[in-house]
Design a protein around this ligand. Structure first.
Ligand code: MSP
Length: 511
């Protein structure tokens, strides 16, 4: 089994500022990347910015700035957002970098050499907001009676010379590929959408534009720039070293999973494998599509002024509370609503209370009654054994969940153990044992320390900073925080630092 893992986020359009939807994609991918590292994999985790195309060019024009200067600024803002979300990406790609031009150019050359590209003339509908072409039959009637893209984006009629990719020739090959790789598209509903789209027949795809300049020039015909989606998708191989197939990083290709939003599945699950196979390259192993967030029940939009900025939320509630909320509130793959109320409830009930209090109660008793030294392991009673077994089962359970990107299930599994530990501490009542049976009190506290260590270890990918603090307080050395280290028990008698709360309760000033 290869112990390498390559995971990506979509690269973000730089036509506007980052918001909670972008942070969501990046945080979810970050949890999966961190999990694999914790499980001993060599991980390559990529994010970045998608900087070409008409939409970005238009935004730059409206800002009165030249496109390169404009994208420099907005790309830096996305980079800052990722860093502030504690996203542990190994590389940050910008499609305006020379390495990416080299990669797109070579991919194009291979497509031409293999006979998949021909010159023609495009006449049809285009939605700049989606950077997508639409067939007449795909358009829908807008509330004002005009015709718009299925996403609601305005469309314009385009007539221009264009190169085409022979997508029509890929229908059977793609269907055979999906059949041979039933896990290629997840969740299941998305897979069905893609299958019916492809079964419905594919038309050739316009892959170059001549009506604007902001893109990668077509090799040998600089009047054309490449279609922004061909350019954008190629980022995933650029960062892996393409076209240098002897590069060390190339060993990471094909990517294990592309995390994407549901609205861009078609590009990743239809066009992208077709481009790659046509160029003689391996397609990615999996595309997972997550849902969309609304804000307090409304679609987020600049005009409504309700766009949620992840960095602001993290300032107010704490970054790890935000990370936890985003992944716990909504099954990964479904749509969800971002509400301050629900975030506060989860922060107070699940983080401050269920987990924070459990840790505080346990560690405060160790500090007060045992001189702050980790009690020794003793033979387990039936109840001890049941709780210890539940904690010890977490790595295997989460491995199964996270291999399916079921992030919410993973958290629910951890919380089952946390809830069981709370029941255990209340039933064992170590505070009472302090007088009646001090050795048993020490034994109970040790069981709790061990379970807290399991919990904190597997939760690190979700809440890296807070779990690092908890592991510090549990006396777990930094080099013993991966899954493999859980096989080695904590050393009896280790001096633990004085406990400090990890999740302050949030008292809502407006409530
Ligand atoms: N540039 C393309 C992706 C190219 S990948 C080769 C793009 N960029 S985007 O900036 O518009 O979106 C990036 C990601 O943010 C997408 O996965 C999208 O689903 C996600 N989100 C944007 N708004 C969102 C919400 N309101 N909720 C959840 N995610 C959303 O598409």
């Amino acid at each position: 089994m290869s112990k390498r893992f390559y995971i990506t986020t979509p690269i973000f359009y730089v036509n506007g500022a980052p918001h909670i939807g972008h942070a969501y994609t990046a945080i979810a991918a970050d949890v999966l990347a961190r999990w694999k590292r914790l499980d001993g994999y060599e991980v390559f985790f990529l994010t970045g910015t998608d900087e070409h195309g008409q939409k970005v060019e238009k935004a730059a024009r409206e800002a009165g700035v030249d496109p390169q200067a404009f994208t420099d600024t907005v790309s830096a803002d996305f980079r800052d957002m990722a860093a502030r979300m504690n996203v542990s990406n190994d590389d940050f790609i910008r499609t305006t970098e020379p390495r990416h031009y080299a990669s797109c150019t070579e991919l194009w050359r291979r497509l031409v050499a293999n006979g998949h590209i021909y010159e023609g003339f495009y006449e049809g509908w285009y939605a700049v907001r989606d950077e997508a072409f639409y067939g007449e039959d795909e358009l829908i009637i807008a509330p004002d009676g005009g015709r718009v893209a299925p996403s609601g984006a305005p469309v314009e009629w385009v007539r221009e010379p264009s190169y085409f990719f022979r997508l029509s020739a890929w229908q059977d090959k793609l269907l055979a590929f999906y059949a041979a790789n039933p896990d290629f598209i997840a969740p299941h509903a998305r897979r069905n959408e893609v299958l019916s789209f492809v079964r419905g027949g594919l038309t050739d795809l316009s892959v170059s534009r001549t009506s604007f300049r902001w893109g990668v020039p077509v090799p040998g015909d600089p009047a054309h720039v490449m279609y922004v989606w061909l350019d954008a998708l190629t980022n995933y191989i650029t960062a892996a070293g393409f076209p240098d197939e002897s590069a060390e990083r190339w060993a990471f290709w094909p990517a294990d999973v592309h995390i994407v939003g549901k609205e861009i599945v078609r590009f990743h699950a239809v066009y992208w494998p077709a481009f790659l196979m046509a160029a003689g390259l391996a397609p990615p192993r999996r595309v997972f599509a997550h849902g969309w967030w609304t804000a307090e029940g409304e679609k987020m939009s600049k005009s409504l002024g309700n766009v949620i900025e992840a960095r602001e939320v993290a300032e107010t509630f704490g970054l790890d509370a935000l990370r936890y909320f985003l992944l716990r509130e909504v099954p990964f793959g479904n749509d969800g609503d971002f509400s301050r109320r629900s975030l506060i409830t989860r922060l107070n009930d699940e983080l401050a209370n269920d987990l924070g209090n459990l840790a505080q109660r346990t560690l405060a008793q160790v500090a007060r009654n045992l001189g702050g030294c980790c009690p020794a392991r003793t033979p387990a009673t039936e109840e001890d054994a049941a709780l210890l077994a539940a904690g010890a089962a977490l790595p295997a359970t989460l491995r199964e969940r996270l291999d399916r990107q079921a992030l919410h299930e993973a958290l629910e599994d951890v919380w089952k153990v946390i809830r069981a530990a709370n029941v255990y501490i209340d039933r064992q009542a170590p505070w009472a044992l302090r007088r009646t049976d001090p050795p048993r009190m020490a034994a109970v506290l040790r069981v709790l320390v061990d379970v807290l260590r399991d919990v904190a270890t597997v939760l690190q990918p979700f809440m890296p900073a807070s779990m690092a603090r908890l592991l510090d307080q549990l006396g777990v050395p930094t080099e013993a925080r991966d899954l493999a280290s859980l096989a080695t028990p904590l050393t009896d008698g280790t001096a633990l630092p004085p406990p400090q709360g990890i999740f302050p309760r949030y008292a809502d000033p407006v409530a």
